[in-house]
Design a protein around this ligand. Structure first.
Ligand code: FAD
Length: 141
């Protein structure tokens, strides 16, 4: 039973580039071990993350993430049972917004600023899919 979950959150003040890299390192190691794949986007103090994998490991991880003091205002945007993964190439890929054409953000939202709180979960998921298609994902698998 595979599921895909997406949430958004606001980073704690303490989260800088070093803290972000620490989260990515921790995620890649742990996700590989538990068969979880996905992407993490960080922009303007906002996290947007999609997690895919077995229902139990994904639910358990979301519980730990939601309790993590490194962010707040965690909001579940999408949760669905899936037949196949969309982001199987990444144990936790990092979305590089510097490589992202602002037109892509404008396609889906009022301004060229990433704000998952202001759009539907379906819109944020569509954005993730286009970022994968336009090779905006960086970092080793
Ligand atoms: P432990 O590592 O034992 O830590 C205990 C507590 O301290 C937990 O509440 C933990 O959240 C917190 N904590 C751990 N390290 C730090 C730190 N450096 N600074 C402040 N608090 C800390 N983990 C994954 O395995 N996969 C992911 O994809 C993933 N994505 C994440 C995305 C975001 C935006 C954030 C903020 C965290 C993410 N994490 C991810 C980390 C996750 O929240 C847990 O820290 C991790 O799963 C370990 O959980 P644990 O219960 O074993 O906590």
């Amino acid at each position: 039973m595979l599921v895909r979950l997406m949430y958004a959150s606001r980073a704690a003040d303490s989260v800088d580039q070093e803290a972000l890299l620490a989260i990515l390192r921790q995620s890649k190691a742990a996700n590989t071990a538990s068969g979880i794949t996905g992407l993490l986007c960080f922009s303007g103090g906002i996290f947007l993350q999609v997690l895919e994998g077995g229902r139990m490991p994904v639910n358990a991880l979301y519980g730990r993430i939601a309790a993590d003091a490194r962010h707040r205002d965690v909001v579940l945007l999408s949760y669905e049972e899936i037949g196949e993964r969309r982001f199987s190439g990444w144990s936790m890929g990092q979305v590089n917004l510097a490589r992202l054409n602002p037109a892509l953000l404008l396609k889906y939202s009022e301004t060229a600023v990433l704000d998952p709180y202001a759009v539907s979960g379906a819109v944020s998921m569509a954005l993730f899919e286009e970022m994968v298609a336009t090779a905006s994902i960086v970092g080793p698998c």
